[in-house]
Design a protein around this ligand. Structure first.
Ligand code: SF4
Length: 237
């Protein structure tokens, strides 16, 4: 059978969200359980300063964190600073980051971001959403990740493929648009928890609420989850 896309709007044709008040109550319960299960939830990327985190996050697009972590030690050894990346010769960065996929575009983003950081921020990664979004290759997801993990700032919620999928299944949003999903999640969770919520949902998505075969029978959120779209996902998997 042809595989049905998770993104087809008919997934959202039937369900309705409960009132905001009820959703907030349920979100508080979800948060409490995630806190118990993943008390130390954080990024799985290896980094030691904001620049390294920015580079790793750019490389993590369409790639696993594990793969990124295999590539970055070699990259940072050879090109440890924004200046060294900005001044790298064509092909040098590409050869190292090739295993992360889309390496030509990623190398372009890294060089562009390195130049912008040097020209506009004296070689330092900026710590505001506005300035991060002005860097080449940086969209809200990357900016949220850097702000939360490197600067301890809860400016938004990282919505990657795991967070988007779980937010929908848990009935915390009915949107498939990451920007809308982020807005819905920000309305439900206290600001102080935004960074944690994203990391915990990502872990839960990897552990239990997998894309194709979610383990609902053993899930710690089973009794507070409406499982929106799960039957369709299972059918298509
Ligand atoms: S009950 Fe199922 S769909 Fe809901 S969060 Fe758990 S694994 Fe995911």
């Amino acid at each position: 059978m042809a595989r049905r896309s998770y993104r087809k709007p008919r997934v959202l044709a039937q369900p309705k969200l409960e009132t905001l008040r009820r959703r907030k109550t349920r979100s508080a319960e979800v948060l409490q359980r995630l806190r118990r299960q993943y008390p130390d939830a954080g990024t799985a990327l290896d980094w030691s300063d904001p620049w390294q985190l920015l580079v790793s996050t750019i490389l993590s697009a369409q790639c696993t964190d594990t793969r990124v972590n295999q590539v970055t030690p070699g990259l940072f050894r050879r090109f440890p600073t924004p200046r060294s990346i900005a001044e790298s010769r064509p092909g040098q960065i590409e050869a190292i980051i090739r295993p992360t996929g889309f390496f030509n575009n990623k190398a372009k983003s890294l060089r562009g971001a390195a130049r912008a950081v040097l020209e506009r921020h004296d070689g330092q990664v900026p710590d505001t959403m506005k300035e991060l979004l002005r860097l080449p290759g940086v969209a809200r997801k990357t900016a949220n990740c850097v702000l939360g993990a490197a600067f301890g700032k809860n400016e938004g919620i990282v919505v990657d493929t795991h967070v988007g999928r779980l937010a929908l299944r848990l009935g915390l949003t009915l949107s498939l648009d990451p920007v809308r999903t982020e807005r819905d999640l920000m309305e439900l969770f206290p600001r102080s928890e935004w960074t944690f919520v994203a990391h915990a949902l990502i872990l839960h998505g990897r552990d239990t609420c997998r894309a194709r075969k979610p383990r609902c029978e053993t899930c710690l959120l089973a009794d507070v989850c409406p499982r929106i779209g799960v039957a369709l996902d299972a059918e298509s998997g």
